[in-house]
Design a protein around this ligand. Structure first.
Ligand SMILES: N[C@@H](CCC(=O)N[C@@H](CS)C(=O)NCC(=O)O)C(=O)O
Length: 218
């Protein structure tokens, strides 16, 4: 198993967390200007060249949620999507909430601070994305279950999505103290060994954070 990605990349974390949760070993191929050969391999496997992508014994799989579905289908280890169809729908729904509404708005703000993407930041876009983050934080505060994880007692696909999304979203627009349930969930995620490993792997790259100095916490 080969995982293509970057240690600072949120969606790479999502796949790496799932691989660790399932106890699967893999070779990590870092993408970047110094690894042109890895970039060429990635583009050959997935011409859209977004990452993560896994090469599972000759089968290329792209899109982080699909990678996790693939791991559950073809590999042993704890299931990240329950076999119960109704509960699986709830897991997939929360995965969409974290990807589309937390990660998506976090990335919209971050991309406005990348001069090679947006030479002139669009303050209107930043403000709209921040308002959307505030709305999803409030929704999560009201709707996260009392259980340990996003969809119950078992760590799932939804938690793999939540960990990088909430990690970087809180750096982008802090989760207010009026949201203790969501803050506690984020802290539980960061204490999970698979997530802590992703956080630690990204530490050498914190100078990449484009919204000023990376926060000292976490
Ligand atoms: N929907 C994709 C999103 C992947 C994505 O946006 N990855 C970012 C890194 S976090 C990327 O490929 N950035 C490089 C680029 O856009 O060229 C997934 O879930 O895997």
């Amino acid at each position: 198993m080969i995982l293509y990605g970057h240690p600072f990349s949120s969606y790479t974390w999502k796949a790496a967390i799932a691989l660790d949760e399932k106890g699967l070993t893999y070779e990590f191929r870092t993408l970047g200007p110094d690894q042109a050969e890895h970039q060429a391999e990635l583009s050959a496997l997935w011409p859209l060249a977004k990452f993560p992508v896994i090469d599972d014994g000759g089968t290329a799989v792209a899109e982080s949620s699909i990678i996790i579905e693939h791991l559950d289908l073809h590999h042993p280890g704890p299931r990240l999507i329950t076999a119960d169809p109704a509960q699986a729908l709830a897991v997939r729904f929360m995965d969409r909430v974290f990807d589309n509404h937390v990660m998506g708005n976090m990335q919209a703000i971050v991309s406005e601070h990348l001069p090679f993407v947006t030479p002139t930041p669009d303050q209107g876009r930043i403000d709209r994305a921040k308002a959307a983050l505030v709305a999803v934080y409030a929704w999560l505060e009201a709707n996260l279950p009392d259980a340990r994880w996003a969809c119950g007692d078992d760590f799932s696909l939804a938690d793999c999505a939540a960990a990088p999304a909430l990690f970087y979203a809180d750096w982008t627009h802090p989760i207010a103290e009026t949201h203790p349930r969501l803050r506690a969930y984020r802290a539980r995620l960061l204490a999970r060994p698979s997530v802590a490993r992703a956080v630690d792997g990204a530490r050498p790259y914190r100078h990449f954070w484009p919204l000023g100095p990376a926060p000292e916490r976490d």
